[in-house]
Design a protein around this ligand. Structure first.
Ligand SMILES: Nc1ncnc2c1ncn2[C@@H]1O[C@H](COP(=O)(O)OP(=O)(O)OP(=O)(O)O)[C@@H](O)[C@H]1O
Length: 258
């Protein structure tokens, strides 16, 4: 059984099929790339898997303690609780809160929707605020952000803000992490550092990671499998080598759409 099974997923916006009949599977602890020209449907696909959009057709099923559980129609908060976390193409931080506050808010979210139950569970989980802070600092350290934990998020460099977004997603203790263009706007040195970090957190947290990325070298370097979308349809899948040589992929990219 796969960790996540997506079958014949379709999302129509009026007459436009942004995602059309796409089937994929994700296994435990793998790093998978999702690529394709601009407008191919990559972000829409993430939005479907994380509950932002309800699919027009098809099914999304996650392996949980109760077997395969259907995620169609499940709200984003609940999906997050079930173990799916994501970052966004446009950075979404609480800019006027500090770096560590941004992480601690995300840790709260991990505990559920109801404030009351969240407080009870939090109390059991992290007995003190200090304990929670220590946990947040541990995560920040991995991303070399612990030294600026008390800085306002808005004062961080672009690359640091992108890394903080990943820490926030990790703070919800996901099984699957969806990263939407994590290296966008980064310089080559920052991108190389991020590439290593993504590979490292997969190991360390036993995660499955799905990556949308325009930086092909990043995708080709670290992804074990790659899915390619074009005009909402899945046109290829396989290893980096297989995908690179696929005539449909070459045509899609040389077609000048991207
Ligand atoms: N909420 C929406 N309403 C209408 N059309 C939408 C909506 N969201 C996306 N689309 C359209 O669906 C198609 C796929 O968009 P999407 O953003 O998923 O592509 P993408 O592969 O992530 O592109 P990019 O690489 O540019 O981020 C595009 O034609 C887009 O204009």
């Amino acid at each position: 059984m796969s960790l996540l099974e997506v079958k014949n997923l379709t999302k129509n916006f009026g007459g436009l099929a942004a995602v059309s009949n796409v089937s994929i599977h994700l296994e435990e602890n793998e790093l998978v790339g999702l690529i394709g020209p601009n407008g191919a449907g990559k972000t829409t696909f993430f939005n479907l898997l994380t509950g932002v959009y309800v699919p027009t057709e098809g099914t999304i099923e996650l392996l949980t303690d109760n077997g395969m559980t259907k995620l169609n129609n499940v709200k984003p908060d609940k999906i997050n609780e079930l173990g799916l976390a994501r970052t966004f193409q446009n950075i979404r931080l609480f800019k006027d809160q500090t770096v560590i506050e941004n992480v601690m808010v995300a840790m709260h979210r991990e505990q559920g929707n109801s404030v009351f139950s969240s407080i009870l569970r939090l109390a059991a989980h992290y007995r003190t605020n200090a304990e929670m802070r220590a946990k947040a600092l541990e995560l920040l350290k991995i991303f070399n952000l612990d030294g600026i934990a008390d800085e306002k998020a808005r004062n961080l460099s672009y690359g640091q803000q992108r890394r903080l977004e990943i820490v926030r997603a990790l703070a919800t203790q996901p099984k699957i992490l969806f990263l939407d263009e994590p290296a966008a706007g980064m310089n080559p040195a920052e991108t190389a550092e991020l590439t290593d970090l993504i590979a490292q957190i997969r190991e360390q947290f036993d995660l499955t990671i799905v990556l949308i990325e325009h930086d092909m070298s990043l995708v080709m370097q670290i992804c074990q499998r790659i899915y390619v979308l074009e005009y909402g349809r899945l046109i290829a899948q396989g290893t980096a080598e297989e995908v690179k040589q696929n005539p449909d992929v070459i045509r899609a990219y040389l077609g000048g759409v991207d």
